[in-house]
Ligand binder design. Structure first.
Ligand SMILES: [Zn+2]
Length: 132
């Protein structure tokens, strides 16, 4: 279960829409299962089917999270034309099994957001609770 404040949730969905037709990516930091901050990153792949977070930016985010005593809780990215389920590439590049993978799908008119834990053996759906 991951708790996301409504404003952060909306900002994340907005990021996906702004980046479209490219995939967006970002990091959610927080603690105790609750997200406190969203960090938008550049998709250095500039692709509509995959993403890589800019390493320099990622480093900065890690520093900022450390300063705020936050942990990396989730990595999010968008799927512009496909369902919100991890792609083969997403599974291959899931380096942090303890971190949620959030996917924002823009396939339908209304964006659909899902969270997953991607392990070596299986992919688990994780519940998202929107808090105020
Ligand atoms: Zn993906």
């Amino acid at each position: 279960m991951i708790r996301i404040p409504k404003l952060i949730y909306l900002k994340m969905v907005d990021h996906a829409k702004r980046a479209c037709p490219l995939e967006c990516c970002g990091i959610l930091g927080g603690k105790d299962h609750a997200v406190e901050k969203a960090f938008e990153l550049q998709n250095v792949d500039q692709s509509s089917v995959r993403y890589s977070m800019a390493p320099q930016e990622q480093l900065k985010v890690f520093e900022e999270m450390e300063k705020g005593a936050m942990e990396m809780m989730a990595i999010y990215h968008s799927h512009t034309h496909t369902i919100p389920f991890p792609s083969e590439t997403d599974v291959k590049l899931a380096f942090y099994p303890e971190v949620s993978s959030i996917i924002i799908s823009l396939k339908e008119k209304d964006p659909v957001v899902k969270a997953f834990r991607i392990g070596r053996e299986a992919i688990y759906l994780e519940e998202i609770e929107i808090i105020s």
